[in-house]
Design a protein around this ligand. Structure first.
Ligand code: PMP
Length: 380
């Protein structure tokens, strides 16, 4: 199978990621910080090392400002539900994933209000103006995706963050499609919260992610429970990471995420990105030449996009096109990609789109195979 569904999760995973998960389960993944025995101590040390690696990669001041989570969705929920209170207003973009839209929809039932700023693919300055104009006296947070998982369009997060900082408003970023591909770090950007999955551009395992915080903000908790610390207290500890990491952490997954980050830094994030943009451009150029294919964005470039492409074939429903491609050995994602609002923006609300996204492991021959298969289904 030619796998081009890397925007959903990257596949395959690097060898080191697979190895460390196997070793963690077979050799030493005891419960970290939950007992004085040797294996628990080793697990605690390994967990701390993973925190250090993620802190360095995302420019956190201290490892304790990295919270490991079961995925980007959880990280986003922790930020939105941890910070927003009745009466608060939040600004998001009109390209957000349901990981942002649905928690906010729920919070709106408790008196939070939301404004969606328009993202303009061709005009980042206009996007910035839309964000700036959406801010009100009660705006407590600006939160947006770094790049759309449907269109690949990149938001000017540095500029939005600087604007927020000048107005004293915290800014959070959903880095689901950008972590490991675009520069995303607290020490280079005025962003306050970065939410990432471990299993996409960081090449870790499914069910992992992180929230990286600029400082120890007074977060309300969404989940309370055992932390291995301050056990005599009924209240959730105030200190991080314990405040937001209740229960036994997914140590094999966290170590896989560490190995994935090391894979990215070892290869060079820029080198991986260059490779992926070249393949995405090759796919775009090829798709553009196939009669009946509709493309919805400009040719992906590092300045404007992450390397993924939405398209449709003739009058086919996107799911049908996806199924026909699967029958021809090509794995892509079709439908709404959990981001219906983005489909409304590009005019595909009635049918969704097919999405292709290469990874560090993709080859030009994968794109050739995709184009061959699209040519076949566009004729039938
Ligand atoms: N935000 C965006 C933009 C995404 O593409 C995704 C994954 N589809 C998520 C959030 C959620 O990530 P996870 O599956 O790791 O919770």
């Amino acid at each position: 199978m030619v796998y081009l569904d890397n925007a959903a999760t990257t596949l395959p995973k690097p060898r080191a990621v697979v190895d460390v998960m196997r070793r963690a389960v077979t050799e030493f993944a005891a419960n970290p910080g939950r007992g004085g025995h040797e294996l628990s101590r080793r697990s605690g040390d390994a967990l701390y090392c993973a925190r250090q690696t993620a802190a360095e990669f995302f420019g956190a001041q201290i490892p304790e400002n990295v919270i490991f989570t079961p995925g980007c969705t959880y990280s986003i929920n922790y930020v939105l539900k941890g910070l927003l209170r009745p009466g608060d207003h939040v600004v998001i973009s009109d390209l957000e994933h349901n990981a942002v839209v649905r928690p906010l929809h729920k919070l709106c039932q408790y008196g939070v209000s939301v404004t969606r700023a328009h993202v303009c693919e061709d005009d980042p300055e206009l996007t910035l103006r839309c964000f700036s104009q959406a801010i009100r006296r009660t705006t407590r947070l600006v939160f947006c995706t770094h790049a759309s998982n449907v269109t690949g369009v990149r938001l000017p997060i540095e500029e939005i963050a600087a604007m927020c900082a000048s107005r004293g408003i915290p800014m959070g970023v959903d880095g689901a499609q950008s972590a490991g591909v675009l520069p995303l770090a607290l020490d280079g950007q005025a962003v306050d919260y970065i939410c990432v999955p471990g299993h996409k551009g960081l090449y870790g395992a499914a069910g992992t992610g992180a929230l990286i915080m600029r400082d120890s903000s007074p977060f309300g908790t969404v989940i309370e429970g055992g932390t291995g610390s301050a056990s005599s207290l009924r209240d959730q500890p105030e200190d991080y990471p314990d405040r937001l990491e209740s229960g036994t952490v997914n140590l094999p997954g966290i170590l896989a995420m560490k190995a994935g980050i090391e894979f990215v830094t070892g290869k060079g994030r820029e080198n991986i990105a260059r490779h992926e943009y070249a393949l995405a451009q090759m796919a775009y150029d090829g798709l553009q030449k196939i009669k009946g294919v509709t493309l919805y964005t400009r040719r992906p470039t590092p300045d404007g996009h992450v390397p993924l492409i939405p398209f449709n074939v003739g009058d086919l429903a996107s799911e049908d096109a996806g199924r026909m491609l699967s029958e021809r050995g090509i794995a892509v994602r079709a439908g709404y990609h959990c981001a219906y609002d983005a489909h409304v923006c590009i005019g595909t609300a009635g049918r969704g789109a097919v999405r292709v996204c290469p990874s560090a492991f993709s080859h030009p021959s994968d794109i050739d195979a995709l184009l061959r298969a699209v040519r076949q289904i566009s004729i039938n």
